[in-house]
Design a protein around this ligand. Structure first.
Ligand code: ZN
Length: 205
């Protein structure tokens, strides 16, 4: 299935909220990336130049078959078709400047190449809140997620998004990142993997 819209949930793991100096009391943040940001597994990711640091955010990503508006939490998982892993690439220095000015985040989150995305595996009704995944960069462990640590479960995220958007087939959700975000540089090789989620590799230019 082709990717339709990319929704992203920010501030969904307590330790990541703390590492960026944000408050858990503010709730989650929702933003979008255009589908043209996707970089499939094995393709080179060209890091944007001259905008400061670009951080990796390793995330569980879910693919929806639709669902429409006002989806109850109890029904939300019936709209999940696939699961995979992805990187929510973030121009952190620029994002911090935009935050200070109270401006939107698109320049820091929605640049070309900002959404490396693995292949979707069929969702087999496994518990998405008991998954585990890791991100290694150049062989070094950078991020290790336990999805039980999510503040907003995948079902709740679908419910929340459906209150603003009628969810459509091909919509995907980047479900937030755990702690350990850090800068990438040209020449880095990232490996994102988890049991039942696959193993995906990108090289950065
Ligand atoms: Zn993120």
């Amino acid at each position: 299935m082709n990717v339709n819209r990319i929704f992203c949930i920010g501030r969904n793991y307590a330790k990541h909220i703390a590492e960026l100096g944000n408050s858990p009391d503010d709730g989650c943040v929702i933003f979008m990336k255009p589908a043209s940001c996707v970089v499939e597994e094995g393709e080179a990711v060209v890091l944007p130049k001259n905008i400061g640091s670009v951080h990796h955010e390793a995330e569980l990503v879910v693919l929806l078959t639709g669902g429409g508006s006002d989806i109850p939490v109890e029904d939300a998982m019936s709209w999940v078709a696939g699961i995979t892993l992805g990187l929510d690439l973030t121009a952190r220095d620029l994002q911090n400047k935009l935050k200070e000015k109270g401006q939107p985040w698109e320049l820091a989150k929605a640049f070309d190449g900002a959404a490396p995305l693995g292949d979707f595996k069929p969702y087999l009704e496994q518990d998405l809140q008991s998954l585990e995944f890791t991100l290694h960069v150049n062989g070094e462990l950078r991020q290790h997620a336990q999805t039980r640590d999510m503040i907003y479960t995948v079902a709740r995220q679908i419910h929340i998004l459906s209150q603003t958007w009628a969810l459509l087939p091909g919509d995907v959700i980047y479900t937030g990142t755990p702690e350990g975000v850090a800068a990438l540089k040209p020449g880095d090789r990232a490996v994102l993997e988890g049991p039942g989620l696959g193993r995906y590799e990108w090289v950065f230019e």
